[in-house]
Design a protein around this ligand. Structure first.
Ligand SMILES: [Zn+2]
Length: 342
């Protein structure tokens, strides 16, 4: 199946009342893990690359691996998404390369660290919406500022310093025309999200519910949504790792979000933990091994297991065959005719 727009995947998810995991990739094994999990669970797939991932893979390696995935898994609708574009230029380069969806994170200035003004955010996001929609490409924006730092991107902090204001979210969507909206409700990037087990009060789910009430047709996005499971931490620490005690976002909270308009759920840390644990185990137990396949294959299997579990938990499992891909040119036409709107 050709790469499809993320908008189509999220529209279908809204119809079906489920969420779609968006998993970060940097290399072949991670793409294979996601695609195998998608095949195993019959799920649509969102594969996303940060600026760091694009630099690591020199862009073209990653893009051509994605084309290989589209060839090898023709039954899986899949979107290739730019995660946290820091400027219109970054988003444009992703679109030129063939990404079918981009995030313009104008909640931060282009340094990827400094919180920006509302006006700046509207301006850069609107600019990206215009150039992306002309090509049928989906746009995710962000209002409020997420916590933590990942791949050098982020304002740091707990994620509760710049929680999204629902009224501002409405104004932002009206002024920009984004397809999907990342909101800050207390989640943060990276492994160290919470220093104790989160309770039902830790995340600002009431704000999420209020935003969905006011913007029922906007696809909401939860970032920093790894659950950081204890068993994955334990494997790493058992085989020589040194993770400090930490807690992530409970899957039940994500499922509550999905019942209230969350259609895209970003997961990266859990996969990193799974792969690193698997590699550590092989190297610890069989120090005589030196063929990279001896540890890359278990790492890939471990990530596939996590991704398949999340796909099932988010409800996207079983939905890969529900629809036919709409070509990007057709999406562009629909945007121009305003038959697709937020
Ligand atoms: Zn993020």
């Amino acid at each position: 199946m050709p790469l499809v727009s993320m908008r189509q995947l999220l529209d279908e998810a809204a119809k079906g009342g489920y969420g779609v995991g968006a998993f970060n990739v940097n290399n072949m094994e991670q793409i294979q893990a996601i695609m195998e999990a998608a095949r195993e669970t019959k799920s649509p797939a969102i594969v996303q690359a940060s600026r760091g991932a694009r630099a690591y893979s020199q862009d073209n390696f990653l893009y051509h691996l994605m084309l290989a995935a589209a060839e090898l898994y023709p039954e899986i609708p899949m979107a290739l998404h730019q995660d946290h574009g820091n400027s219109p230029e970054t988003c444009k380069s992703a679109i030129d390369l063939g990404f079918t969806s981009v995030m313009m994170d104008g909640s931060l200035m282009s340094d990827g660290k400094t919180p920006s003004s509302f006006e700046y955010n509207v301006q850069v996001t609107r600019e990206v919406v215009e150039l992306a929609h002309a090509k049928g490409v989906t746009v995710e924006g962000e209002i409020g500022v997420l916590g933590g730092i990942e791949d050098g991107h982020g304002a740091g902090g707990t994620g509760l310093e710049h929680v999204t204001d629902p009224e501002q979210a409405v104004e932002f969507v009206e002024k920009t025309g984004v397809d999907a909206l990342a909101i800050a409700i207390g989640t943060s990037h990276g492994a160290y999200k919470f220093s104790q087990k989160p309770t039902g009060e830790t995340l600002k789910m009431d704000i999420l519910i209020e935003i969905h009430r006011r913007l029922p047709r906007t696809h909401l996005v939860m970032h920093g949504s790894s659950s950081v499971p204890q068993d994955l931490q334990d494997v790493i620490n058992k085989y020589g790792g040194k993770l400090r005690p930490t807690w992530g976002v409970p899957v039940e909270e994500i499922q509550l979000g999905i019942r209230n308009g969350v259609r895209k759920v970003n997961v990266d840390t859990d996969n990193r933990l799974a792969m690193t644990g698997a590699i550590r185990k092989v190297l610890w137990e069989t120090p005589e091994k030196f063929d990279p396949r001896d540890y890359n294959k278990p790492a890939r299997d471990a990530m596939q297991k996590v991704v398949a579990l999340r796909m099932t938990q988010f409800g996207q499992a079983g939905h890969a065959g529900d629809y036919k891909p709409v070509p990007l040119a057709e999406m562009a036409k629909r945007y121009a005719e305003e038959t697709v709107s937020v």
